[in-house]
Write a protein that binds this ligand. Structure first.
Ligand SMILES: NC(=O)c1ccc[n+]([C@@H]2O[C@H](COP(=O)([O-])OP(=O)(O)OC[C@H]3O[C@@H](n4cnc5c(N)ncnc54)[C@H](O)[C@@H]3O)[C@@H](O)[C@H]2O)c1
Ligand SMILES: [Zn+2]
Length: 346
């Protein structure tokens, strides 16, 4: 079993990565436990959890205060108290919603994350961001609440629909770009094995991704500075997702398009080479990902980037690339440069 430490002082915790590792969860269960999950996921591993269960519907729309309230009710009825623990068993939707409940129930109780999608394993289960959506916007209501432990069982990846694997790979590629050229080459060299879901290869991919996320979060838990580099590709991704009503693109697919645009803007501004842009595009294509957002209007997308939650005081923060493993935050990118790239990526 692989262990990765998220070093946050008193709030530090470990990420356990391996196959068939869920028996280790028990050690972290203090008092009563409530597993928050979806029916299809529970069916994969029901016998492993002799705890109370709260089922939520599938899909992004379940990440709301109404579902949170139903989980609070379930928790109260099951007799959970301050010593109890919420276990988030699922993808990012379950993780964000269950995490939000754990952050707020009785002013915060213990949380264990068991991420079952690649996206959740490499990104959303680590770092302590929890949230629900509001009718007027995504992730608008939330809290920072670090888990006590994260259990990543790679076996879950075997049943994951192919599109969800690709979505997770969007974030994986991002880590190579923002922090580690060697990891980026590893992805290039092992693209086939990754797509075939070779679990040994995926173990390294998940481990390295978690290490990078843990490192960034360890330096900047509340996203005041460094953590912003995790948003590489996300300025445009959020705009694309919003413009298409969160229906057409999986998150990581939108991130792939967003990363290509950010790389190209970097190239237009003379910060990175055309060769680097091609290298990124080639890897995304090998993973079968879209690299353009056909059918979307450049002017409209540009306008939507200003509505992003991460936009502070009307200034859009773009994460731009200088090289693999070397990025910078840039403000005030000239409008014509962004629109030119959005136009050609269309
Ligand atoms: N908190 C954070 O830091 C953070 C970071 C990134 C994304 N997010 C959030 O994550 C959410 C997206 O998460 P997601 O992409 O995991 O989507 P998701 O949770 O909707 O899961 C995708 C689908 O896969 C199914 N599934 C999950 N595990 C499975 C398995 N092992 N086998 C078969 N099917 C399985 C789910 O039932 C669902 O239908 C968004 O709401 C996003 O805002 C949060
Ligand atoms: Zn993301």
């Amino acid at each position: 079993m692989i262990k990765v430490l998220v070093d946050l002082g008193a709030a530090s915790y470990e990420i356990f990565i391996g196959e068939n590792i869920l028996s280790g969860v028990e050690k972290f269960v203090t008092g009563k436990a409530l597993v928050v999950t979806q029916k299809n996921i529970l069916d994969l591993c029901a016998e492993k959890f002799p705890y109370e269960v709260a089922l939520i519907p599938d899909g992004e729309t379940a990440k709301n205060l109404h579902e949170a309230e139903k989980i609070y009710t379930r928790a109260i009825e099951a007799g959970l108290d301050r010593k109890s623990v919420v276990i988030a068993l699922g993808g990012g939707v379950v993780g964000d919603l269950a995490g939000f409940v754990a952050a707020t129930f009785m002013r915060g109780i213990n949380l264990i994350q068991i991420p079952t999608t690649l996206l959740a394993q490499v990104d959303s289960s680590v770092g302590g961001k929890t949230a629900v959506n509001h009718a007027l916007g995504k992730n608008l209501i939330g809290a920072f609440h670090q888990p006590r432990a994260v259990f990543i069982d790679l076996k879950f990846l075997e049943t994951l629909p192919e599109r969800e694997i690709k979505s997770g790979l969007g974030e994986v590629v991002k880590y190579g770009v923002i922090s580690d050229e060697k990891f980026f080459s590893y992805l290039e060299d092992n693209a086939e094995k990754i797509l075939q879901r070779d679990l040994k290869t995926l173990a390294h991919v998940v481990k390295r991704s978690c290490e990078i996320k843990a490192e960034v979060v360890g330096e900047d838990e509340r996203e005041s500075g460094l953590r912003r580099i995790l948003n590489f590709g996300h300025t445009l991704a959020h705009a694309i997702e919003e413009e298409t009503g969160y229906k057409k693109y999986r998150h990581g697919e939108a991130v792939a398009v967003g990363m290509m645009a950010a790389a190209q803007i970097s190239c237009e501004l003379g910060k990175t080479s055309a060769e680097n842009v091609r290298r990124l595009e080639n890897l995304l294509k090998r993973f079968g990902m879209m690299t353009t957002c056909a059918g979307l209007d450049a002017d409209k997308l540009y306008a939507v980037t200003f509505r992003d939650k991460k936009t502070v005081g009307g200034v859009v923060n773009w994460v731009l690339m200088r090289d693999f493993g070397d990025v910078e935050i840039c403000r005030d990118i000239p409008e014509h440069v962004v629109k030119k790239v959005l136009g050609t990526r269309n």
